[in-house]
Design a protein around this ligand. Structure first.
Ligand SMILES: NC(=O)c1ccc[n+]([C@@H]2O[C@H](COP(=O)([O-])OP(=O)(O)OC[C@H]3O[C@@H](n4cnc5c(N)ncnc54)[C@H](O)[C@@H]3O)[C@@H](O)[C@H]2O)c1
Length: 456
């Protein structure tokens, strides 16, 4: 008997060992929660009947958001801000074209602070370059504002904790604007997953594969990023700087911090060839752009293991000449879904043959998510990546107006964003496993599954 229990114990230890990296793991610190501060899981604020909004960052992304907000009920656009006053002027025109009153204007390096200080704003909506996201979000929350911030919300682990601690301390919402969670196929497959169509989901994949060579090397006059911020980032950083488009939707499927959690990752990149090649073609072999070193590899692949034994693969490639792809692959014990390159659903007992033609259309219609059913048609009309951006904004405003928890909370923002610095850490250490912090500080199992809150 004694021998048997010893064997069982040894077997259990062996099994357990497979859950953890067998070599070393780079540990990350979890700062203790400051005394008096509590978690924000399921956090609600009093309903805000009319949500008064200020926008910061009116480059390529921001004006589209301003336009979408002109199409929403229960909002007032109070203030607009960009580094450049002419961009603010241009966004004002979106308001006048929609017969809306003009908004207060802010510009220059620090104008955004004045916007955040206004006492007639409930929500600050941030569409600036990556490294300004956290400083602006933190400042806005400190001024008592709820925050919606573009992806990734944070670029360092310290910034992730700043967001969590500031939201917890100020009791303000901090939502990262992960629009890909609201695309039609992602919503439908989430609905299917939540109803067990794929059985137990065991592994998932997401990606941001988008040839951005033109934009990265475009000047302001050519319509590029302000101050070429993305190229400058690529010069310095490895890993996956932009993980959230692929990760957000699959984390919702896996109920991350709502019953499961990401434990550790390993990450590797190819070397960089594509940016140099492109720069040679565009500017000449001796040009500073072609001579410049770029740390970011062409392709990065990151693998994440969860507490419940699930596997997430996330890729990033913005330099290879290939079609756009976010993968969105869900694989379970009873079926499979994949969005790119062709929307595919395959189910037991015929999982070797994907659904085709009418059968596929009927199946997709049957499982359309209630939210896209409700607002999808209007979203397609208003637009924004085919409508998903509008669905995201609609949900944000709906939840604020009804005093509901937001679909994406500050822990999502921190968890999905932290893959940027942690994949870089692993990548720079030969793919070494890196621990992913539990930003809920022990409460990852408190909420049972991911659900879109609905007003009663
Ligand atoms: N979710 C999506 O699908 C999606 C799509 C595109 C971009 N984005 C994100 O949106 C953000 C903005 O991207 P973009 O393509 O619009 O870049 P962009 O360079 O075109 O725009 C950034 C804007 O921020 C302004 N800005 C810079 N410093 C500022 C300051 N101190 N105060 C006020 N404004 C300042 C710039 O002048 C510029 O107009 C990025 O985080 C990007 O990753 C998300």
């Amino acid at each position: 008997m004694k021998k048997l229990s010893f064997l069982l114990l040894a077997a259990a230890l062996l099994l357990n060992a497979c859950d953890k990296p067998s070599g070393g793991m780079l540990k990350t610190d979890t700062p203790p929660r400051p005394i008096g501060q509590t978690d924000m899981l399921g956090f609600r604020c009093d309903p805000i009947p009319t949500v008064r909004v200020g926008f910061i960052g009116l480059g390529m992304r921001g004006p589209g958001a301003v336009h979408r907000f002109t199409q929403l009920e229960g909002v007032e656009i109070k203030a607009l801000c960009d580094l450049y006053p002419e961009r603010v002027e241009k966004a004002q025109k979106i308001l006048s074209d929609n017969n809306l009153p003009s908004a207060a204007e802010y510009s220059g390096e620090e104008g955004w602070k004045e916007l955040c200080q206004r006492d007639d704003i409930d929500l600050v909506y941030i569409c600036t370059p990556w490294q300004l996201h956290t400083p602006m979000a933190v400042y806005a929350m400190e001024q008592g504002k709820h925050v919606a911030v573009e992806v990734p919300a944070a670029m360092t682990l310290d910034e992730c904790w700043q967001l969590v601690n500031t939201a917890e301390r100020t009791r303000r919402h901090c939502m990262m604007l992960e629009n890909c969670c609201y695309d039609f196929f992602e919503m439908a497959t989430l609905n299917m997953a939540q109803h067990g169509v794929f059985g137990e989901i065991t592994n998932v994949e997401g990606a941001y594969i988008h040839d951005l060579r033109f934009l990265n090397f475009a000047s302001k006059e050519e319509g590029g990023y302000q101050g070429m911020w993305r190229l400058r980032y690529n010069e310095e950083h490895k890993g996956n700087p932009y993980p959230t488009h692929g990760l957000g939707p699959v984390c919702q499927v896996l109920n991350i911090h709502r019953g499961d959690k990401m434990n550790f990752l390993v990450s590797l990149s190819s070397d960089q060839f594509g940016m140099t090649e492109y720069a040679k073609q565009k500017f000449g072999a001796d040009s500073p752009e072609a001579q410049q070193t770029y740390a970011l590899g062409d392709m990065n692949t990151t693998l994440i293991r969860t507490e419940k034994g699930k596997l997430i693969m996330i890729q990033h490639d913005v330099t290879s000449p290939r079609p756009y792809n976010r993968l969105h692959t869900l694989s379970g014990t009873k079926g499979f879904a994949q969005k790119y390159p062709i929307q595919t659903i395959a189910l037991e007992p015929n999982a070797h043959s994907p659904l085709k033609g009418e059968e596929m259309s009927e199946f997709m219609a049957q499982w359309e998510h209630p939210l896209t059913k409700e607002i999808g048609e209007k979203a397609r009309q208003v637009g924004g990546h085919g409508g998903m951006d509008f669905i995201m904004d609609y949900r944000l405003i709906y939840c604020l107006r009804n005093g509901l928890p937001l679909d994406q909370d500050v822990y999502d923002a921190a968890e999905w964003s932290c893959i940027a610095p942690l994949s870089e850490l692993s990548d720079r250490n030969g793919g070494m496993p890196v621990e992913i912090p539990d930003f809920t500080r022990g409460a990852w199992n408190k909420i049972d599954g991911f659900h879109h809150a609905i007003a009663e």
